[in-house]
Design a protein around this ligand. Structure first.
Ligand SMILES: Nc1ncnc2c1ncn2[C@@H]1O[C@H](COP(=O)(O)OP(=O)(O)OP(=O)(O)O)[C@@H](O)[C@H]1O
Length: 312
């Protein structure tokens, strides 16, 4: 028997026995929302531990939150995470990693939706319209795929009130107008609270304590109150906080000189170049650091590392 005929015979037999269902074949060629697909928690953990530098609190909380949520067959509400921190500390980077671990096509998946405040909700006078559009968009997408992921970037630039339009979806309801939102994931990204996080990190440093000793409980309460009282957080006096609908406030610590160096090395590796420690040092030294006296934290995190590397 020639190999091709054997292949065809096996394929036909599998089809007949139902081993490879029509859905299996269809999903090989087109993206499917597979609700029953198991979640690989160790793959997410490994990804974050290998790629995300200096964010031990965020790594631990995100892995725990997603593992708990995905291992629960009947969650009572969607998972809502609010990521906070200084620019360039890895919030978008983490969302991308999380998205890829939930839907292989990541941010390009039909089931992952990214909203950017200044792009999608730019005009203050159109709040009502944005609220309606947002509700319709989320309802439509969750109806199509219960495991949809929604990422809201630049929350601090979102007009207060817009996000409250989705409050009913984030709540403990079994269904809202015939749609269940309980398996969806909402991720908010924001610079709000970055100053509070930096202050805590600096206090640890000044007290001679290790950065790795900072725990979620040192930051989460400060963060939720700070964000609630901050007019420019997108969650100012928000019902989402009031009703405890945000499951975790996740702090992203400001990055130090050593982390910037790690980012430079990672970028060199990604470009397939050999690691040149002289260039690593040069790029890291070109970054600016704060506070004025201590100069510990990079004021753009790892954000400009890629473009700076182009100069060398
Ligand atoms: N902690 C980190 N570990 C590894 N790489 C990082 C980290 N933080 C940032 N980077 C790198 O810098 C790039 C820019 O970071 P990212 O866009 O995630 O920052 P951000 O926190 O979302 O900033 P902003 O608040 O300004 O949107 C990332 O794509 C990644 O390559």
């Amino acid at each position: 028997l020639e190999p091709i005929s054997v292949g065809i015979a096996i394929g036909a037999a599998s089809l007949l026995t139902g081993y490879l269902s029509y859905k299996d074949i269809y999903c090989r060629f087109s993206e499917c929302c597979r609700e029953e697909q198991p979640f690989n928690a160790s793959a997410l953990k490994l990804d974050l531990e290998e790629k995300l530098f200096g964010q031990h609190v965020a790594t631990e909380v995100i892995v725990k939150a997603l593992t708990g949520f995905r291992s629960n067959k009947n969650p009572k509400k969607p998972l809502t995470l609010s990521l906070h921190g200084w620019a360039g500390t890895g919030k978008n980077f983490v969302s991308q990693i999380v998205a890829e671990n939930l839907h292989p096509k990541g941010l390009k998946s039909n089931f992952v939706h990214l909203f950017v405040s200044t792009l999608h909700f730019p005009h203050e006078q159109k709040i009502k319209l944005y609220q309606d559009q947002l509700q319709k968009w989320i309802r439509g997408n969750v109806s199509a795929c219960a495991r949809s992921v929604f990422i809201f970037d630049e929350m601090d630039k979102l007009h207060p009130g817009i996000i409250d339009a989705i409050k009913p979806f984030l709540d403990y309801y079994e269904q809202v107008d015939g749609v269940s939102y309980r398996k969806a994931i909402f991720i908010f990204l924001s610079n709000a609270g970055g100053d509070l996080i930096t202050k805590t990190a600096l206090d640890f440093w000044l007290a001679g304590r290790k950065r790795e000793d900072i725990q979620l409980k040192d930051l989460e309460p400060v963060l939720s109150v700070g964000v609630f009282n901050n007019k420019h957080s997108g969650l100012w006096r928000s019902g989402l906080i009031d009703r405890n609908l945000i499951d975790y406030f996740i702090p992203f610590l400001p990055l130090e000189y050593r982390h910037v160096k790690m980012c430079v090395r990672a970028e060199m590796r990604a470009r397939g170049s050999a690691i040149d420690e002289d260039i690593v040092t040069k790029v890291a030294e070109e970054m600016t650091f704060f506070p004025k006296d201590e100069k510990i934290y990079s004021d753009k995190g790892c954000k400009t590392v890629q473009s700076r590397l182009d100069f060398h």
